[in-house]
Design a protein around this ligand. Sequence first.
Ligand code: PRX
Length: 662
Amino acid sequence: MSDDNGELEARLEEQEEFEPPAAFVEQANVSDSDIYDEFEENWPDCWERAASMLDWTDDYDQVLDAENPPFYEWFTGGELNASANCLDRHLEERGDQPAIEWVGEPTDEENVTLTYRDLYERVNECAAALREMGVGEDDVVTMYMPMIPQLPVAMLACARIGAPHSVVFAGFSAEALATRMNAADSEYLVTCDGYYRRGDPLDHLSKANEGLDSVEHETTTVVVDRLGDDGHGHELDDSQHDWDDLLADHEGAEIDPVDRDAEDMLFLMYTSGTTGEPKGVKHTTAGYLSWVTWTSHSVLDIKPEDTYFCSADIGWITGHSYIVYGPLSLGTTTMMYEGTPDHPDRNRLWEIIEEYEATQLYTAPTAIRSFMKWGHQYPDDHDLSSLRLLGTVGEPINPRAWKWYYQHIGDEECPVVDTWWQTETGGHMITTLPGVGKMKPGSAGPALPGLDAQIVDTNGEAVDPGRAGHLTVQKPWPGMLRTLYNNDERFVDEYWREYSDTDSEDMADWVYFPEDGAKVDDDGYITVLGRVDDVLNVSGHRLGTMEIESAIVGVEGVAEAAVVGGDHEVKGEAVYAYVIVEDGQAESDEFRDEIVTAVEDAIGPIARPEAVVFTPELPKTRSGKIMRRLLEDIANGDDIGDTSTLRNPEVVEDIKTTLDEE
Ligand code: PRX
């Protein structure tokens, strides 16, 4: 894949197992391997260990209420506030310590340091402003913001007054914003005028306003002025407030954190599923916060004196759990970087790590594959010796990329945690504990203590080691989603029906199915193979094929479309769209552009098709089902095997020829 491959030492290339570095183990937050047995023997009370990391205003009565599976409740009767746990409790000991170190994309701009006291003050002012605007407990506040410090401020302000937030990734389109605001019945939006991307000041507010035009109810908006003189000359209307003015109006305000019931909603996060409609994943206050606090401590080894750097975007679950809530709950310094790792050049990320002496780096395999492609001369030019731990998330990492990361970024001195989890799981599920277990590149590791993950066949029976099957989680856990917003039925259908006895009231009969394929080895290490549903993983971003298809068939002149994922060197998967045009519609480059634009408008540039292939027909089974696997094989140039079960086998050659010609 890159020049570096030839340079990997033979020793590393052949090595399949790596012990955690002794110096790391010595200082690790968790280093006793008995933890696995202890948690198993003491389940579910083992989770008191996570709950005890939080400050409660009222103690809980019961660790787990499993009376009505799969609608589990955790730490019932307890009361707490997430913002108080991330801020107030740290003030006395570390009020002057940076809570957030923010680095903007332009190099000539001053970076922002918010100490715990600064952050506390901003959050209180914002909470007071939101309240005055009318935001009440349980009102959903939508945030459509890039990586600017006002985003975590707004999230924590919402948590403070008991208003769940719903953050929409800034790269999503206006239409995607409107869909999410309508689905959540959200009357409030916090957004900004724009942000920098590869040196350009992007206009974000036009997109937000366009989205608001399609929101079916009245809305009130707060707008952060990110761009200053580089802005696009927007005028705010009567329903729109300027962030700075609002906060200035409430300067010095202090708002008592609202006591939230353990099971009260902390936030909603919309994610892609098999149907066109995004799923509103509901996370609760105690279960979620205890989960991300515990895993930030045990897996990411975060300590208050660290400067921890996760390069994800807060618009995705990784940023929620492991930039905002987990790290701040532990009282550490968490970093935020606005831009891309190659702006103004490919040294940027390594410069930031060197300057801030970052202690952890948590990133995605797609980024690591880019770094490999660029070459190790960039990290080699920087002192990265402050790093103590490396992490990856979002998609499978192949052993070659793992070893490159381990060698060139970690200098063979940092454990690498390959963390498998999902928006729905709230936080880490399958990974090694870096101070305990050996690492096997390519395999995420065993399930965390207290979790029961099994690989099963279609009958739900455990498969033998080495065989591929479906990944399942056999017991509930505190960080799990509680339901899909306003849609309990879909929650049961999507995650439980496949492997559970849905008539049973016994927890043992309920099995969570994350819709990933996996295999396990003799040591219980799990290798995640990827999604088994119609969801693509493009650069670690989750996209529903149905969402993309419905955008394409909405274009006038398109008769039918099928979207699949093809292998991609850097992105992991890329979007391939096979399109049948209506009679009389030219299969022109202009029409192809129109289709690409329609996808960008409906979802965002991340869903942009790599290829749009015009075809007279789609390969279908005799019962009329589109053979997606076959389309994937064609996209990848793989052997397509037997096509005799197709109704129209001749179409396969046609499509292959068209694709070859492109
Ligand atoms: O397929 C798995 C993949 O990402 C999916 C979850 O996507 P999302 O909800 O957007 O959350 C991403 C960040 C947690 C999973 O169903 N995935 C995530 N982490 C890994 C992974 N696949 C393999 N290895 C991982 N470490």
